[in-house]
Write a protein that binds this ligand. Sequence first.
Ligand code: HEC
Length: 120
Amino acid sequence: MKCRRKIWVYITSMCIVAGLYAGYSSVYGQEGEEINPKKLFEYHCATCHGDDGKGTKRGHELKAPNLADANWQATKKDEELLNSITNGKNKMPRWGEKLKAEEIQALARYVRKLAPKKRE
Ligand code: HEC
């Protein structure tokens, strides 16, 4: 009896490991050349804007807005976001030379998604 329990523990833990691995590779495995705006944002932008867009201490010192604020979002047109990311704005660095146009567009869309949906 004891022995069988051990086997089950073993099988269950192998399943968990296999499941985790499958989940992991479906998130990161099939990426290929596709643009992953979340990763780009976390890599290039989160130092100032934070993973959630609300802004880090450094970002606030530089006067970064809360990108996750729906009211702020409403004051910005898509072209403005694209333009600011491409060409920079005050203390916000320019990304036009570092990132591809498609990446900047994906980031602008990503920024849009940071704001919680407005409720009517
Ligand atoms: C060195 C800190 C820093 C980094 C890194 C940074 N930003 Fe900013 N960002 C700022 C600051 C400061 C502002 C506020 C600019 C202003 O309005 O004066 C800003 C503003 C913005 C705005 C609003 C622009 C507008 O039109 O008002 C967007 C969108 C934005 N950042 C996106 C990004 C994205 C996307 C990245 C990464 C590719 C990024 N930021 C990286 C500091 C940063």
